[in-house]
Design a protein around this ligand. Structure first.
Ligand code: TXA
Ligand code: MG
Length: 345
Protein backbone atom coordinates (compact mmCIF):
# COMPACT_ATOMS: atom_id res chain seq x y z
CA UNK A 1 0.00 0.00 0.00
CA UNK A 2 1.26 3.46 -0.89
CA UNK A 3 0.41 6.53 1.09
CA UNK A 4 -1.47 8.37 -1.66
CA UNK A 5 -1.62 12.17 -1.42
CA UNK A 6 -4.88 13.67 -2.63
CA UNK A 7 -4.76 17.32 -3.70
CA UNK A 8 -8.18 18.90 -4.18
CA UNK A 9 -7.29 22.03 -6.09
CA UNK A 10 -9.26 25.18 -6.86
CA UNK A 11 -7.72 25.99 -10.25
CA UNK A 12 -4.50 25.66 -12.25
CA UNK A 13 -2.80 28.36 -10.16
CA UNK A 14 -3.24 26.35 -6.98
CA UNK A 15 0.17 26.02 -5.26
CA UNK A 16 -0.49 22.38 -4.44
CA UNK A 17 0.29 21.62 -8.10
CA UNK A 18 3.93 22.48 -7.42
CA UNK A 19 4.24 19.58 -5.00
CA UNK A 20 2.38 17.25 -7.38
CA UNK A 21 4.68 18.25 -10.26
CA UNK A 22 7.79 17.68 -8.15
CA UNK A 23 6.70 14.14 -7.28
CA UNK A 24 5.89 13.52 -10.95
CA UNK A 25 9.25 14.81 -12.12
CA UNK A 26 11.17 12.82 -9.53
CA UNK A 27 9.71 9.48 -10.59
CA UNK A 28 6.37 9.18 -8.77
CA UNK A 29 2.96 8.30 -10.19
CA UNK A 30 0.45 11.16 -10.13
CA UNK A 31 -3.12 11.13 -11.48
CA UNK A 32 -4.52 14.35 -12.92
CA UNK A 33 -7.57 15.68 -14.80
CA UNK A 34 -7.60 16.12 -18.55
CA UNK A 35 -10.44 17.20 -20.84
CA UNK A 36 -10.95 13.61 -22.07
CA UNK A 37 -10.60 11.45 -18.93
CA UNK A 38 -8.33 11.52 -15.86
CA UNK A 39 -4.79 10.29 -16.61
CA UNK A 40 -2.19 8.53 -14.45
CA UNK A 41 1.12 10.25 -15.16
CA UNK A 42 4.78 9.36 -14.74
CA UNK A 43 8.01 10.94 -16.00
CA UNK A 44 8.33 9.42 -19.49
CA UNK A 45 12.14 9.67 -19.34
CA UNK A 46 12.46 7.30 -16.37
CA UNK A 47 11.92 3.60 -16.99
CA UNK A 48 11.21 2.86 -13.34
CA UNK A 49 8.63 5.63 -13.06
CA UNK A 50 6.86 4.28 -16.14
CA UNK A 51 6.92 0.76 -14.68
CA UNK A 52 5.05 2.21 -11.70
CA UNK A 53 2.10 3.00 -13.99
CA UNK A 54 1.78 -0.60 -15.20
CA UNK A 55 2.00 -1.85 -11.66
CA UNK A 56 -0.56 0.58 -10.23
CA UNK A 57 -3.15 -0.13 -12.93
CA UNK A 58 -2.47 -3.84 -13.32
CA UNK A 59 -1.92 -2.98 -16.99
CA UNK A 60 -0.80 -5.66 -19.48
CA UNK A 61 2.89 -4.97 -20.11
CA UNK A 62 2.54 -4.97 -23.93
CA UNK A 63 0.17 -2.00 -23.93
CA UNK A 64 1.98 1.23 -24.96
CA UNK A 65 1.44 4.60 -23.31
CA UNK A 66 0.63 8.03 -24.69
CA UNK A 67 3.21 10.74 -23.94
CA UNK A 68 1.65 14.05 -22.95
CA UNK A 69 3.39 17.35 -23.67
CA UNK A 70 2.57 20.97 -22.92
CA UNK A 71 5.11 22.57 -25.22
CA UNK A 72 5.20 21.97 -28.97
CA UNK A 73 8.97 22.40 -29.16
CA UNK A 74 9.32 19.02 -27.44
CA UNK A 75 7.71 17.23 -30.39
CA UNK A 76 10.77 17.36 -32.66
CA UNK A 77 12.96 16.08 -29.85
CA UNK A 78 10.81 13.00 -29.29
CA UNK A 79 9.61 11.93 -32.74
CA UNK A 80 10.30 12.03 -36.49
CA UNK A 81 8.33 14.44 -38.63
CA UNK A 82 5.13 12.91 -40.09
CA UNK A 83 2.96 13.90 -43.06
CA UNK A 84 -0.02 16.13 -42.14
CA UNK A 85 1.30 16.87 -38.65
CA UNK A 86 1.23 20.65 -39.10
CA UNK A 87 -2.36 20.73 -40.36
CA UNK A 88 -3.58 18.39 -37.61
CA UNK A 89 -1.75 20.19 -34.82
CA UNK A 90 -2.97 23.53 -36.08
CA UNK A 91 -6.56 22.28 -36.15
CA UNK A 92 -6.77 20.11 -33.03
CA UNK A 93 -3.96 20.70 -30.50
CA UNK A 94 -4.19 21.23 -27.67
CA UNK A 95 -7.11 18.80 -27.58
CA UNK A 96 -8.66 15.36 -27.67
CA UNK A 97 -6.55 13.74 -30.38
CA UNK A 98 -3.41 11.61 -30.01
CA UNK A 99 -1.03 11.34 -32.96
CA UNK A 100 1.33 8.43 -33.60
CA UNK A 101 4.80 9.12 -35.03
CA UNK A 102 8.05 7.23 -35.60
CA UNK A 103 9.90 7.43 -32.29
CA UNK A 104 13.37 8.92 -31.83
CA UNK A 105 13.87 6.60 -28.86
CA UNK A 106 14.30 9.42 -26.33
CA UNK A 107 11.70 8.25 -23.81
CA UNK A 108 11.96 5.18 -21.58
CA UNK A 109 11.66 1.88 -23.45
CA UNK A 110 8.64 0.79 -21.39
CA UNK A 111 6.55 3.65 -22.82
CA UNK A 112 6.16 1.88 -26.20
CA UNK A 113 7.22 -1.71 -25.46
CA UNK A 114 8.53 -3.42 -28.58
CA UNK A 115 7.37 -0.65 -30.92
CA UNK A 116 9.30 1.90 -33.00
CA UNK A 117 6.44 4.38 -32.77
CA UNK A 118 5.41 6.94 -30.16
CA UNK A 119 1.97 8.35 -29.48
CA UNK A 120 1.81 12.00 -28.39
CA UNK A 121 -1.00 14.19 -27.10
CA UNK A 122 -1.11 17.81 -26.00
CA UNK A 123 -4.03 18.13 -23.58
CA UNK A 124 -6.15 21.26 -23.46
CA UNK A 125 -7.18 21.06 -19.82
CA UNK A 126 -5.55 23.99 -17.94
CA UNK A 127 -4.60 21.81 -14.94
CA UNK A 128 -3.04 19.08 -17.11
CA UNK A 129 -1.14 21.74 -19.03
CA UNK A 130 0.14 23.48 -15.92
CA UNK A 131 1.16 20.24 -14.20
CA UNK A 132 3.15 19.05 -17.24
CA UNK A 133 4.77 22.49 -17.57
CA UNK A 134 5.75 22.53 -13.90
CA UNK A 135 7.15 18.99 -14.12
CA UNK A 136 9.20 20.11 -17.12
CA UNK A 137 9.32 16.61 -18.62
CA UNK A 138 7.20 14.61 -21.08
CA UNK A 139 4.55 12.72 -19.12
CA UNK A 140 3.46 9.17 -19.98
CA UNK A 141 -0.17 8.74 -19.00
CA UNK A 142 -2.84 6.12 -19.57
CA UNK A 143 -6.37 6.60 -18.27
CA UNK A 144 -6.33 6.60 -14.44
CA UNK A 145 -8.54 3.54 -13.92
CA UNK A 146 -7.68 0.05 -12.80
CA UNK A 147 -7.10 -1.99 -15.94
CA UNK A 148 -10.45 -3.31 -17.15
CA UNK A 149 -12.61 -0.62 -15.53
CA UNK A 150 -14.25 2.26 -17.41
CA UNK A 151 -11.98 5.32 -17.64
CA UNK A 152 -12.49 7.83 -14.82
CA UNK A 153 -14.18 11.11 -15.66
CA UNK A 154 -14.25 12.34 -12.07
CA UNK A 155 -11.65 12.55 -9.30
CA UNK A 156 -13.75 10.32 -7.09
CA UNK A 157 -13.52 7.45 -9.61
CA UNK A 158 -9.73 7.78 -9.56
CA UNK A 159 -9.71 7.63 -5.76
CA UNK A 160 -11.96 4.52 -5.87
CA UNK A 161 -9.60 2.75 -8.26
CA UNK A 162 -6.11 3.98 -7.33
CA UNK A 163 -6.03 5.15 -3.72
CA UNK A 164 -3.14 3.30 -2.06
CA UNK A 165 -1.65 2.32 -5.43
CA UNK A 166 -0.18 5.65 -6.64
CA UNK A 167 1.81 8.52 -5.11
CA UNK A 168 -0.72 11.24 -5.70
CA UNK A 169 -4.08 12.22 -7.16
CA UNK A 170 -4.92 15.75 -8.32
CA UNK A 171 -8.68 16.22 -8.06
CA UNK A 172 -10.37 19.02 -9.96
CA UNK A 173 -13.44 19.02 -12.21
CA UNK A 174 -15.30 16.43 -14.29
CA UNK A 175 -13.78 15.60 -17.64
CA UNK A 176 -15.55 17.53 -20.33
CA UNK A 177 -15.31 15.09 -23.26
CA UNK A 178 -15.73 12.00 -21.09
CA UNK A 179 -14.23 9.52 -23.60
CA UNK A 180 -10.55 8.93 -24.26
CA UNK A 181 -8.84 10.80 -27.10
CA UNK A 182 -9.08 9.89 -30.76
CA UNK A 183 -5.93 8.04 -31.88
CA UNK A 184 -4.64 8.69 -35.39
CA UNK A 185 -1.58 6.82 -36.70
CA UNK A 186 0.47 9.15 -38.92
CA UNK A 187 2.98 6.41 -39.80
CA UNK A 188 0.33 4.87 -42.10
CA UNK A 189 -0.52 6.35 -45.47
CA UNK A 190 -3.10 7.73 -45.50
CA UNK A 191 -3.22 8.16 -41.71
CA UNK A 192 -5.25 5.50 -39.91
CA UNK A 193 -7.80 5.87 -37.11
CA UNK A 194 -6.96 3.42 -34.32
CA UNK A 195 -9.49 4.65 -31.74
CA UNK A 196 -12.50 6.94 -32.28
CA UNK A 197 -12.84 9.73 -29.72
CA UNK A 198 -13.59 13.37 -29.06
CA UNK A 199 -12.25 14.53 -32.42
CA UNK A 200 -14.44 12.80 -35.02
CA UNK A 201 -13.51 11.19 -38.34
CA UNK A 202 -15.56 13.90 -40.03
CA UNK A 203 -13.50 16.59 -38.21
CA UNK A 204 -10.21 14.99 -39.30
CA UNK A 205 -11.25 14.41 -42.91
CA UNK A 206 -12.33 18.04 -43.20
CA UNK A 207 -8.69 18.96 -42.55
CA UNK A 208 -6.58 16.30 -44.30
CA UNK A 209 -8.98 14.41 -46.58
CA UNK A 210 -9.82 10.71 -46.54
CA UNK A 211 -8.25 8.62 -43.77
CA UNK A 212 -8.17 4.85 -43.20
CA UNK A 213 -10.03 3.18 -40.36
CA UNK A 214 -8.36 0.26 -38.55
CA UNK A 215 -10.35 -2.71 -39.92
CA UNK A 216 -10.54 -4.15 -36.40
CA UNK A 217 -12.79 -1.24 -35.38
CA UNK A 218 -15.45 -2.26 -37.87
CA UNK A 219 -15.37 -5.97 -37.07
CA UNK A 220 -16.65 -7.95 -34.13
CA UNK A 221 -13.96 -9.19 -31.76
CA UNK A 222 -14.98 -12.77 -32.56
CA UNK A 223 -13.81 -12.27 -36.13
CA UNK A 224 -10.35 -12.21 -34.67
CA UNK A 225 -8.87 -9.16 -36.38
CA UNK A 226 -6.12 -7.72 -34.19
CA UNK A 227 -6.52 -4.00 -33.56
CA UNK A 228 -3.39 -1.90 -34.13
CA UNK A 229 -3.72 -0.09 -30.83
CA UNK A 230 -2.89 -2.95 -28.46
CA UNK A 231 -5.17 -1.58 -25.74
CA UNK A 232 -8.21 -1.86 -28.04
CA UNK A 233 -8.09 -5.64 -27.98
CA UNK A 234 -9.20 -5.92 -24.38
CA UNK A 235 -12.95 -6.52 -24.26
CA UNK A 236 -13.23 -6.31 -20.48
CA UNK A 237 -13.47 -2.52 -20.71
CA UNK A 238 -16.41 -2.74 -18.51
CA UNK A 239 -18.39 -2.40 -15.34
CA UNK A 240 -19.29 -5.28 -13.02
CA UNK A 241 -22.75 -5.60 -14.54
CA UNK A 242 -23.31 -7.58 -17.71
CA UNK A 243 -24.01 -5.06 -20.48
CA UNK A 244 -26.14 -5.70 -23.58
CA UNK A 245 -26.57 -3.11 -26.31
CA UNK A 246 -29.85 -2.99 -28.23
CA UNK A 247 -29.60 -1.09 -31.49
CA UNK A 248 -32.11 -0.09 -34.16
CA UNK A 249 -34.98 2.36 -34.75
CA UNK A 250 -36.01 4.15 -31.54
CA UNK A 251 -39.45 2.54 -31.10
CA UNK A 252 -38.15 -0.98 -31.72
CA UNK A 253 -35.28 -0.40 -29.33
CA UNK A 254 -37.57 0.74 -26.51
CA UNK A 255 -39.89 -2.22 -27.08
CA UNK A 256 -37.07 -4.77 -27.08
CA UNK A 257 -35.36 -3.31 -24.00
CA UNK A 258 -38.63 -3.29 -22.05
CA UNK A 259 -39.23 -6.91 -23.11
CA UNK A 260 -35.76 -7.99 -22.04
CA UNK A 261 -36.17 -6.10 -18.78
CA UNK A 262 -39.48 -7.83 -18.03
CA UNK A 263 -38.06 -11.27 -18.83
CA UNK A 264 -35.19 -11.03 -16.31
CA UNK A 265 -35.57 -11.98 -12.68
CA UNK A 266 -32.27 -10.32 -11.65
CA UNK A 267 -31.91 -6.57 -11.15
CA UNK A 268 -31.69 -4.66 -14.39
CA UNK A 269 -30.58 -1.13 -15.25
CA UNK A 270 -31.68 0.68 -18.39
CA UNK A 271 -29.27 3.17 -19.96
CA UNK A 272 -31.35 5.37 -22.24
CA UNK A 273 -31.67 8.89 -23.62
CA UNK A 274 -33.85 11.90 -22.74
CA UNK A 275 -36.07 11.08 -25.72
CA UNK A 276 -36.96 7.62 -24.35
CA UNK A 277 -36.60 7.75 -20.58
CA UNK A 278 -40.30 8.26 -19.85
CA UNK A 279 -41.29 5.31 -21.99
CA UNK A 280 -39.81 2.58 -19.77
CA UNK A 281 -41.39 0.95 -16.75
CA UNK A 282 -38.41 0.01 -14.61
CA UNK A 283 -36.75 0.81 -11.32
CA UNK A 284 -33.26 1.77 -12.50
CA UNK A 285 -33.37 4.07 -15.49
CA UNK A 286 -30.55 6.49 -16.25
CA UNK A 287 -30.52 8.80 -19.26
CA UNK A 288 -27.21 9.76 -20.84
CA UNK A 289 -28.74 12.96 -22.20
CA UNK A 290 -30.38 14.03 -25.41
CA UNK A 291 -29.74 12.26 -28.70
CA UNK A 292 -29.55 15.76 -30.16
CA UNK A 293 -26.33 16.27 -28.20
CA UNK A 294 -24.02 13.28 -28.59
CA UNK A 295 -21.31 15.28 -26.77
CA UNK A 296 -23.51 15.18 -23.68
CA UNK A 297 -24.19 11.44 -24.13
CA UNK A 298 -20.45 10.77 -24.49
CA UNK A 299 -19.54 12.78 -21.41
CA UNK A 300 -22.01 10.82 -19.25
CA UNK A 301 -21.29 7.30 -20.52
CA UNK A 302 -18.46 6.09 -18.25
CA UNK A 303 -19.87 7.87 -15.22
CA UNK A 304 -23.21 6.13 -15.74
CA UNK A 305 -21.65 2.69 -16.14
CA UNK A 306 -19.97 3.23 -12.77
CA UNK A 307 -23.26 4.48 -11.31
CA UNK A 308 -24.99 1.23 -12.28
CA UNK A 309 -22.26 -0.64 -10.42
CA UNK A 310 -22.90 1.50 -7.35
CA UNK A 311 -26.61 0.69 -7.52
CA UNK A 312 -25.52 -2.93 -7.88
CA UNK A 313 -27.58 -4.05 -10.88
CA UNK A 314 -26.60 -7.36 -12.50
CA UNK A 315 -27.56 -6.42 -16.02
CA UNK A 316 -27.45 -3.16 -17.97
CA UNK A 317 -29.54 -2.82 -21.12
CA UNK A 318 -28.17 0.03 -23.21
CA UNK A 319 -29.70 1.85 -26.16
CA UNK A 320 -27.50 2.11 -29.24
CA UNK A 321 -26.61 5.18 -31.34
CA UNK A 322 -25.95 5.84 -35.03
CA UNK A 323 -22.22 5.72 -35.76
CA UNK A 324 -22.09 9.25 -37.12
CA UNK A 325 -19.83 11.94 -35.59
CA UNK A 326 -19.39 11.30 -31.85
CA UNK A 327 -21.72 8.31 -32.26
CA UNK A 328 -18.76 6.33 -33.57
CA UNK A 329 -16.79 6.73 -30.34
CA UNK A 330 -19.87 6.17 -28.18
CA UNK A 331 -20.73 2.89 -29.93
CA UNK A 332 -17.09 1.76 -29.84
CA UNK A 333 -16.99 2.12 -26.03
CA UNK A 334 -20.50 0.70 -25.58
CA UNK A 335 -19.67 -2.35 -27.70
CA UNK A 336 -16.53 -2.92 -25.67
CA UNK A 337 -18.38 -2.50 -22.37
CA UNK A 338 -20.87 -5.08 -23.66
CA UNK A 339 -18.14 -7.47 -24.78
CA UNK A 340 -19.84 -7.14 -28.19
CA UNK A 341 -23.20 -8.49 -26.95
CA UNK A 342 -25.32 -6.47 -29.34
CA UNK A 343 -28.92 -7.15 -30.36
CA UNK A 344 -29.98 -5.50 -33.60
CA UNK A 345 -33.73 -4.97 -33.82
O1 TXA B 1 -7.62 10.66 -23.68
C1 TXA B 1 -6.67 9.90 -23.54
O2 TXA B 1 -6.01 9.45 -24.52
C2 TXA B 1 -6.29 9.48 -22.12
C3 TXA B 1 -5.81 10.74 -21.39
C4 TXA B 1 -5.26 10.44 -20.02
O3 TXA B 1 -4.88 11.42 -22.17
N1 TXA B 1 -5.30 8.46 -22.15
C5 TXA B 1 -5.59 7.19 -22.54
O4 TXA B 1 -4.54 6.29 -22.46
O5 TXA B 1 -6.70 6.84 -22.91
P1 TXA B 1 -4.75 4.73 -22.45
O6 TXA B 1 -3.43 4.20 -22.14
O7 TXA B 1 -5.86 4.37 -21.56
O8 TXA B 1 -5.09 4.38 -23.92
C6 TXA B 1 -4.09 4.51 -24.91
C7 TXA B 1 -4.37 3.63 -26.07
C8 TXA B 1 -4.16 2.16 -25.79
O9 TXA B 1 -5.18 1.43 -26.47
C9 TXA B 1 -2.80 1.87 -26.42
O10 TXA B 1 -2.69 0.54 -26.85
C10 TXA B 1 -2.79 2.84 -27.59
O11 TXA B 1 -3.44 3.98 -27.09
N2 TXA B 1 -1.43 3.27 -27.98
C11 TXA B 1 -0.58 4.05 -27.28
N3 TXA B 1 0.59 4.19 -27.92
C12 TXA B 1 0.49 3.50 -29.08
C13 TXA B 1 1.36 3.25 -30.17
N4 TXA B 1 2.58 3.74 -30.20
N5 TXA B 1 0.90 2.45 -31.18
C14 TXA B 1 -0.36 1.94 -31.15
N6 TXA B 1 -1.24 2.16 -30.14
C15 TXA B 1 -0.83 2.91 -29.12
MG1 MG C 1 -7.31 3.25 -20.78
Amino acid sequence: MKNTKVWIIKDEHDEQLIEAAKILKEGGTVAFPTETVYGLGANALLDEAVSGIYEAKGRPSDNPLIVHIADLSLLDELVEHAPYQEELIQAFWPGAITLIFKSKGKVAARVSPGLDTQSIRMPKHPVAKKLIQLAGVPVAAPSANLSGKPSPTDGKHVIEDLNGRVDGIVVYDQSDVGLESTILDLTQSPPMLLRPGGVTVEDIEAVIGKIQIDPALEKKMSENVQPRAPGMKYTHYSPEADVTVVNGPLDEMVKKIQELHDSHTSSVGIMCSDETKDRYKAENIISLGSRESLEEVASNLFKTLRQFDEIGVDIVLAEGYDTVGMGKAIMNRLNKAAGYQVINV
